[in-house]
Design a protein around this ligand. Structure first.
Ligand code: SF4
Length: 341
């Protein structure tokens, strides 16, 4: 039997990504007449645009709190208690961390429960019933997460038991098909969802390979190191990493990053990339110069000068472009990729 008066506060804190599902979840809760604020978490691996989240929040008329998960999140990625997903994604521990932070924020703003756009069975690692229960338990928010899109398929939450939320208003969407969400979006008048799921670099195979290599050879990264991992073409000679810019934007960032350490290289007399060498060793410096020539406009078989800048110290070296076969042996690749060679 439902109690007459709920001890639960009727205000909700929604976890939003800026994508369609969490936007729809918020709209549904608003339609139920409940008060709701939102929190948007970002990590060093997030590719979402904060401005587009703000624009979505403005359109659906909801206050949004932005929380950046920095070093604490890097620690989780380096050593996740619940392991990795298909790449370097740590979805279970990530959700636990976000919900722990959300719990603290909810206490501050007087929210009594949480709303997410999770859809049962949509993501293999974190969106099936047992993972959801584990995440709730470890975050200390058991039975306090309302998932309006899939709620009818799940056990009753405290909000339904105490009459804060009418279970009949919840939906029974499951799996990876997007059609039900598209139809709901049309009914609710949500036409623009700039950040569909998939904005996390930890799920990207190429980025995951670089990060795995980093953790194995260089240990725990700092936030600036993650920025470097996002850029350019990556090569390794022993423990030294060589990053070659792919375009003007990346060249500018690499040049900026070189001011905090490392060796910068540029071909003299031809257009070409900025290369940043993190580490040292004569062999690594020579290979970095050859790579820099390879990606420049300099003729392949000609020996050209490369400027080498390390702090205030400037020097130059004359090399030819690296041989294509050797280039591939230096490229940072996954173990499976190396096995294919
Ligand atoms: S995909 Fe990335 S941001 Fe999303 S839950 Fe997994 S680890 Fe966290």
């Amino acid at each position: 039997m439902k109690p007459m008066v709920s001890a639960l506060k009727g205000k909700a804190l929604a976890l939003i990504s800026g994508g369609l599902d969490s936007t729809l979840a918020v709209m549904m809760v608003k339609e139920m007449g409940l008060e709701v604020e939102a929190v948007h978490f970002t990590t060093p691996f997030c590719q979402c645009d904060k401005c587009s989240v703000d624009a979505t929040a403005e359109r659906i008329d909801i206050k949004v709190h932005h929380v950046f998960l920095g070093d604490e999140f890097l620690g989780v990625v380096a050593d996740p208690p619940h392991g990795y997903g298909s790449q370097m994604n740590v979805c279970i521990d990530c959700r636990i961390l976000m919900l722990r932070k959300a719990k603290r924020l909810a206490e501050e703003i007087g929210a009594g429960f949480f709303v997410t756009g999770e859809v049962l069975g949509q993501r293999p690692m974190s969106q099936h019933s047992s993972a959801m229960r584990l995440i709730e338990r470890e975050a200390g928010v058991e039975n306090l997460i309302l998932r309006p899109l899939s709620g009818k398929l799940m056990e009753e939450t405290r909000m339904e038991v105490e009459g804060v939320v009418d279970r009949e208003k919840l939906l029974d969407i499951s799996g990876r098909r997007r059609l039900p969400q598209m139809e709901l979006a049309e009914r609710l008048g949500v036409y623009d969802y700039p950040c569909p799921s998939g904005g996390c670099l930890l799920t990207d195979p190429e980025f995951a390979t670089r990060l795995r290599d980093y953790l194995k050879v260089e240990g725990m990264p700092k936030i600036e190191d993650i920025l470097l991992l996002k850029l350019g073409r990556h090569f390794r000679v022993g423990s030294t990493r060589i990053v070659v810019g792919r375009n003007e934007g990346e060249n500018n960032v690499l040049e900026g990053l070189s001011r905090r350490g490392g060796t910068r290289m540029e071909v003299e007399g031809y257009n070409g990339p900025v290369t940043l060498v993190v580490g040292d060793g004569e062999e690594a410096i020579r290979k970095a110069a050859e790579l820099t020539v390879r990606y420049s406009d300099a003729p392949r078989s000609e020996s050209v000068w490369v400027g080498v800048m390390s702090g205030d110290h400037e020097t130059r070296t004359q090399v030819e472009a690296i041989d294509e076969g050797e280039l591939e042996t230096l490229r940072i690749r996954s173990l499976q990729e190396k096995g294919k060679k």
